[in-house]
Write a protein that binds this ligand. Structure first.
Ligand code: PSU
Ligand code: MN
Length: 302
């Protein structure tokens, strides 16, 4: 493992003695938010994990080395650099072989977290089935990864830029449990409600930890989606975001944006259309997820 992976000393120590660790992704830093909000958010999220009793491990690839836990200067370098690949499962070997820098999406972060022995990962939103699936055949590699890699992903659901009902259907096909935390509906990232009932509702970090232990101790491999609604005071209303999303989707089509470019493009345009309100919501919900992730990791370790 050490041929490819460097675990930060603090993270390695915590893992060795069974202390709670929460994995954090880096695509949100490099491709999900502009500088300097990306750096401020990444730092705040790490602190949120610490404040709730766990050790943060931001995951990325630097110079072809897989990093589990970044130093403050690595985090800053990552937030500022504009030459960073976006990595899903298939992109990892290229990044390693070419000794490049790569930001890990949900799928790649899950893979590296599992290899390091980290069970809980907090992020903003997972990728999913894109709208107008028949035309694009765009289904995020995040979903396939959730089907086979045993890491719990705490998120605010799937962004409304996606087709949420189809995303939930595909997660069922892949055998991925979907849990809503403290609510009946699966959240839609910027909004508390998606109009879709979540298959399972659990109301405390301990219940979630018991659920995860049951799954994995029984030998059912694969991840789980923990949908944590965005904080009510920063969440947006569906009408407000729907228009921004529709315009962004039309623009993406006109510019023939496809593949891995789609999600970063839509996020940036939605931020412009909402005059920064969506970015504010995004920051608040990632922090909120880090807090829940830490509490689940603490419950799992206890
Ligand atoms: N959600 C966010 N910001 C992001 C992403 C999700 O709020 O930057 C990233 C995650 O890394 C996720 C990826 O894994 O987008 C999905 O990309 P795609 O749709 O290309 O699979
Ligand atoms: Mn895609």
């Amino acid at each position: 493992m050490s041929d490819f992976i460097d675990i930060a000393p603090e993270v390695a120590e915590a893992l060795a003695v069974g202390k709670p660790v929460v994995a954090l992704e880096s695509t949100i830093i490099s491709h999900g938010m502009p500088y300097p909000q990306n750096l401020e958010t990444a730092q705040a999220v790490e602190q949120d994990v610490r404040d709730n009793g766990a050790i943060p491990a931001t995951i990325a690839v630097i110079g072809g080395r897989c990093k589990i836990g970044l130093s403050p200067s690595e985090l800053e370098y990552f937030a500022k650099s504009t030459d960073i690949l976006k990595l899903s499962r298939r992109d990892i070997p290229y990044c390693i072989a070419k000794k490049r820098d790569g930001a890990t999406t949900v799928s790649a972060t899950m893979i590296l977290a599992e290899k390091a022995g980290i069970k809980v990962f907090a992020t903003g939103g997972i990728g999913g089935v894109h709208r107008e699936l028949a035309a694009s055949f765009d289904i995020s590699a995040d979903l396939t990864e959730l089907g086979k890699t045993s890491v719990a992903v705490v998120c605010a659901g799937a962004k409304a830029i996606l087709d949420i009902p189809m995303t939930l259907e595909h997660l069922e096909t892949l055998g991925v449990p979907v849990i809503a935390y403290g609510t009946d509906e699966f959240p839609a990232f910027y909004t508390v409600k998606s109009g879709q009932k979540a298959p399972i509702r659990l109301d405390s970090p301990i219940e979630i930890a018991e659920f995860l232990k049951s799954k994995w101790d029984f030998g059912l491999e694969g991840g789980a989606v923990i949908g944590n609604p965005p904080p009510a005071d920063k969440a947006l209303e569906l009408d407000a975001i729907e228009h921004a999303i529709d315009s962004a989707l039309i623009e993406a089509k006109g510019l023939n944006i496809h593949g891995r470019e789609v999600t970063p493009f839509l996020l940036e345009r939605v931020t412009q259309h909402t005059k920064g309100k969506s970015l504010e919501a995004n920051i608040a919900l990632v922090r909120n997820n880090a807090v829940l992730g830490a509490k689940i990791a603490v419950a799992l370790a206890g």
